[in-house]
Design a protein around this ligand. Structure first.
Ligand code: SAH
Ligand code: SF4
Length: 348
């Protein structure tokens, strides 16, 4: 059976036509779906007969809140969703001056194997469907009663490893008949699958591409990110150049500050020379400690010096503010705890 929320309005129209229904019903149904209904029964402007036939023909995904943590410091909310098949994924809702921003997962687990990341420790379980990624947004809106204005694809998973579903999600979530979040308010973060970055450039989207660079030299980068063996720094930077040339969108580079690993003065210099002449923005992210990894966060003064070294060389860099410091903030940590709990109690 088809998951109805993974369908575009056009596809929904075709399905309805095949069922002998009027195409305008597609718009009504789409609205209900994107409003976060939990059953076809709720679609009160459809006949009982049509509601029953939809229920027979389609799957309506309704994620359940398995856990929820609210920061007492800044109101950041972290959700752990239980999906239809029992798998869990995380999302986070954050408050900024300019609105509400959510961070969503794109896969259950991740196969990229970055050494510092809790999401990848157990490998990839499965991809999320377009509708399941959309559900994270819909049900955070519903649960919180707030309107989401920005989305970052920075939760668990490598978005470009789930290319087709993520692309469809981007179309669904920016559709005017649905939640209508403009592509300029969406960021996609990738560990650097260069050929997929080039493919994405061809879609001519208005989203912001965020590249998790984390180290400017192959030796360091390969030691923490296996993807660098397939797409070394120079290859990745070529793809980034192509992305900018094709879309005109400035790229944002994520750079994780790990003590004595990625924060050395020569690395700031090398990073600046990599980015010279490119419209770019660097986000310095203090490493979140993960028990399984020996990496430690840089000292605050080292982060400051690194930032100044970049600025001095004409590269704009900001230090990412840590949201929800009193809850498990790092990607994948809530899901990992839940997995361990389930393993401990023998539920797996
Ligand atoms: N897979 C994508 C998007 C999800 S990860 C990617 O890797 O870009 C989102 C961001 O969190 C990435 O920049 C990632 O490198 C970073 N991240 C993962 N674990 C982290 C940790 N322990 N501390 C700081 N940043 C981390
Ligand atoms: Fe996957 Fe991103 Fe974590 Fe790397 S940092 S393992 S790509 S989720």
């Amino acid at each position: 059976m088809t998951e109805i929320k993974s369908l575009t309005i056009q596809e929904l129209k075709e399905e309805l036509a095949a069922m002998g229904e009027k195409p305008f019903r597609a718009g009504q149904i789409f609205k209900w779906l994107h409003g976060g209904v939990e059953s076809f029964e709720e679609m009160s402007n459809l006949s009982k007969d049509l509601r029953a036939r939809l229920a027979e023909r389609f799957i309506l995904t309704v994620p359940q809140v398995a856990r929820k943590q609210v920061s007492q410091v800044d109101g950041t909310v972290k959700y752990l969703w239980r999906l239809r098949d029992g798998d869990c994924v995380e999302s986070v809702l954050m408050h900024y001056e300019h609105g509400v921003s959510v961070c969503v997962s794109t896969q259950v687990g991740c196969r990229m194997g970055c050494k510092f990341c809790a999401s990848g420790l157990n490998g990839l379980k499965r991809h999320l469907s377009a509708g399941e990624i959309l559900d994270e947004v819909l049900f955070m809106q519903k649960d919180s009663g707030e309107t989401v204005s920005n989305i970052v694809l920075m939760g668990t998973g490598e978005p470009l490893d789930n290319y087709d579903n993520v692309l469809k999600f981007l179309h669904l979530v920016s559709c005017p008949e649905g939640v209508n979040i403009g592509q300029r308010h969406i960021s996609l973060s990738t560990s650097g699958i260069a050929d997929k970055i080039e493919k994405l450039a061809g879609e001519k989207l208005q989203i912001t591409l965020s590249v998790s660079l984390h180290a400017p030299d192959d030796e360091t980068r390969s030691s923490i990110m296996p993807v660098n063996d397939a797409y070394p720094v120079e290859r990745l930077m070529r793809a980034c150049r192509y992305y900018f040339d094709t879309t005109g969108r400035r790229i944002s580079y994520e750079y994780m500050m790990a003590r004595d690993k990625t924060d050395r003065p020569w690395q700031a210099e090398k990073l600046a020379s990599l980015l010279r002449g490119r419209p770019a923005h660097v986000n310095l992210i203090p490493l979140n400690e993960v028990a399984e990894s020996p990496l430690r966060p840089s000292r605050p003064e080292t982060v400051r010096r690194f930032q100044q070294a970049l600025e001095k060389r004409g590269v704009t860099a900001t230090v990412r503010r840590k949201l929800g410091p009193d809850i498990d903030a790092a990607c994948g940590q809530l899901r990992r705890r839940e997995l361990q709990k389930q393993q401990d109690t023998g539920r797996f």
